[in-house]
Design a protein around this ligand. Sequence first.
Ligand code: 8YV
Length: 313
Amino acid sequence: MKPHILTFETYDDWDQGPLEDTYVIHNLPHGGKIADLSSEAIANVEAFAFKGHEQLGASIMDAFPRLGMIANYGVGYDTIDVAHASSKGIKVTNTPDVLTDDVADLAVGMVIAQSRGMVGASEWITSGNWAKQGAYQLGSKVSGKTVGIVGLGRIGRAVAERLQPFGGDIHYYSRSPKDTNGWVHHDDIVSMAEVVDILIVTLSGGPETVGMVGAEALNALGADGLLVNASRGTTVNEAALLNALENQTIRGAGLDVFENEPQINPRFLALSNVLLQPHQSSGTTETRKVMGQLQRDNLAAFFAGDPLLTPVN
Ligand code: 8YV
């Protein structure tokens, strides 16, 4: 008898096939309502295959009397009420490590692309301006620039390791010093922002990091400063960021995350000093296949009564 699970949103074929082979699948599309699910789903679902793109709170968990596990497809689980899950004995897993390289690669890519104006430069050609008006505008050097990493977890550390060979000093913010390769520790984001050229946000999402990069830090980063956010839209005060970009009190930003994705604030769309990415930092075929496998391995461990591979609680 196949166990029943609830999948959220859609999965690529390479995930959907194995899930259907192993489980009775009930699906909740993005923005879907629990009330639209069958009584069979409500009565029998024992695990969620969740994607982390919407709030998963007590009301949803409590609607499923047999729910015992939430397998998140993603490293961030800030939209899951883990405290409630724990209070009900519901296990939560995520997919850490397998996506670290992709997220760090994209963060570094945004640093280079935004500093050197690569998107605008390409449009300079396709618009015919190169032929008509000549050389594109000058960019900003990346090598040798001082970098500040906000949050030195797996991803922050991977970003720092990628940028260290560029020759600039590496600074980082964390509550306490970490074992690093000569990087400069700060326990205050504003003081770090004052001394770096590029501020890269790699904090975990959740209530404890909301707005940690605010107007004061952006003012400290200054008119030549670049902000890159590869964490969650909540970690940077978005009103302060928009004001800084519109008033050019920072030079620019590279953003893969926003408040209220994918209906982001339209003020971003009018800006010429920001590189916008659609929350695609783990979005490579290779990595998404490994993420899906890890999510399934956690589900299989749960149903087998074995230790979970990457537990959160
Ligand atoms: C997810 C993310 O990987 O892993 C995370 O925490 O931020 C995302 O990139 C993606 O949303 C999975 O669909």
